[in-house]
Design a protein around this ligand. Structure first.
Ligand code: HEC
Ligand code: HEC
Length: 410
């Protein structure tokens, strides 16, 4: 910040002395600020705000009105112009920025800094009555929602957290054989980098900004589009809905479609993290093919009590012949606690030595939120003594005949 103030200040002084009061604020605005607003280069704000704030939302073609609005917002410091909030916004810089954006930021700081400095000494500009703040009210919830760091954190919560299901075939760390067979397009995960992964998915058009529901990322995983990797999670289940929500939301932000924060979709409040554990249940009592069902995993503690709160779940649909079901296991995120952006060590989250009780739930309404599924009564259960190995080939298979009915439940 100190360096920044110093730079802004010296830039302003430099221009000020060069131009020696020759230009009015309106002339400076016309000569230096307007061209920036008309330039095809994105404003510096867009590096962090994908929708909701752009410079030309605040700087119109009328310098005096813009000045009054900015003062009303509290973004101009008349006493100490280099301290103006607007200049602080412009000076914000992401960790990784391109040379082009550095240049844009520099031009904005110089031009707008010079204009502010002139306007705060100009009685005509200062005398314009300030508009009511109510008329300028920013939708802060939307601004927050459309911030790049927030978008990325939703990507991690919703999509990245499930990619263990895809990594064997789509992460360059593990997919050498797949690439040999199917080509380099197989690699679309950038290991340990959700941000670059999201960017890559968009560049490769695996996320479709025009038609988010049709994104190959999702249609392949659901097997709606022929997929070499088969069906990865059930259509209209929890993961499908959450991915749909993310894709719709991402596309709306990228296309600046939100009018207000009221348009923003609601994500499930419970987050999940996909593990490499696979579970199969066979010899089900004949169920309708395609029936959506869930297994909840509850930990059995040291004194043999079963935790009421499940620690993990699996979701899937009953096979075509109505007698088997399979899924990978997802860990439920404990109360708001954030995981690191890299893959968490899920083995530590699902303690190996523990015993677990599995509860089988047939869910008739597949639009049920996870919250509802977690609180639904189960009719059958089984205890297992330990975890099993990760990977499809090591899937644990349990016969439903070994489940016992739950008579009554508190
Ligand atoms: C380096 C990233 C970054 C850039 C660039 C950036 N912002 Fe922000 N902005 C943020 C963050 C993060 C917040 C959340 C509040 C905070 O931590 O300061 C925010 C908050 C805001 C808010 C919410 C209200 C407030 O007073 O905090 C507004 C309005 C805003 N920025 C406007 C802008 C404008 C206008 C620009 C471009 C001139 C801009 N921002 C550039 C990261 C950025
Ligand atoms: C067992 C291996 C395997 C797994 C696991 C797997 N896939 Fe695939 N996937 C493939 C193969 C093979 C192809 C290439 C043939 C095709 O397009 O279906 C492919 C292609 C794709 C493509 C198209 C890539 C392109 O550029 O054309 C997408 C998107 C995709 N998969 C998404 C997923 C998602 C999402 C997951 C995890 C939820 C996943 N896959 C898990 C094997 C797998």
């Amino acid at each position: 910040m100190h360096l920044l103030r110093f730079t802004t200040h010296s830039v302003i002084l430099m221009f000020f002395s060069q131009l020696a009061c020759a230009e009015t604020p309106a002339e400076i605005y016309q000569r230096r600020v307007i061209p920036l607003l008309q330039s095809s280069k994105a404003s510096s704000c867009s590096e962090c705000h994908l929708q909701g704030v752009k410079l030309d939302d605040f700087l119109t073609s009328d310098p005096k009105k813009s000045f009054a609005s900015l003062r009303s917002l509290g973004w101009i410091d008349v006493e100490n112009p280099p301290e103006s909030k607007l200049l602080q916004f412009i000076a914000k810089k992401p960790d990784k920025s391109s040379e082009l954006m550095d240049q844009v930021r520099k031009s904005e700081l110089e031009a707008i800094g010079q204009w502010i400095d002139a306007a705060v000494r100009d009685p005509d500009s200062l005398n314009v009555p300030l508009p009511k703040l109510n008329d300028l009210k920013l939708d802060e919830t939307l601004i927050q929602h459309a911030r790049k760091d927030r978008v990325l954190s939703r990507f991690v919560d919703v999509v990245w957290s499930q990619l263990e299901r895809c990594a064997n075939c789509h992460s360059p760390e593990r997919n050498a054989k797949q690439v040999e067979k199917n080509g380099s397009k197989m690699s679309w995960i950038v290991p340990n980098s959700p941000g670059e992964t999201l960017q890559l998915l968009e560049e490769r058009k695996l996320i479709d900004i025009e038609q988010p529901e049709a994104s190959l990322l999702k249609t392949k995983a659901l097997g709606l589009d022929d997929h070499g990797g088969g069906v990865k999670f059930p259509a209209e289940g929890h993961t499908d809905r959450e991915w749909g929500c993310f894709l719709e939301d991402y596309a709306a932000i990228k296309r600046a479609r939100y009018k207000s924060s009221g348009d923003v979709p609601k994500f499930d409040s419970i987050r999940t993290w996909r593990t490499g554990l696979h579970l199969r249940i066979k010899e089900l009592p004949q169920l309708p093919p395609g029936q959506y069902a869930v297994i909840r995993m509850h930990r059995i503690n040291a004194v043999g009590m079963v935790d009421e709160e499940p620690i993990a779940i699996g979701e899937g649909r009953v096979s075509k012949d109505g007698t088997s079901w399979s899924s990978s296991i997802m860990i439920l995120e404990p109360s708001k606690q954030r995981r690191s952006q890299a893959n968490p060590n899920w083995v530590a989250l699902l303690p190996e030595g523990s015993r677990y009780q599995l509860r089988w739930i047939v869910v008739d309404d597949s639009t049920s939120t996870l919250e509802k599924i977690i609180s639904t009564r189960s009719a059958s259960r089984i205890e297992i003594d330990s975890l099993w190995k990760s990977g499809h080939s090591a899937a644990k298979t349990i016969s439903f005949e070994n489940f016992e009915p739950i008579q009554s439940q508190k």
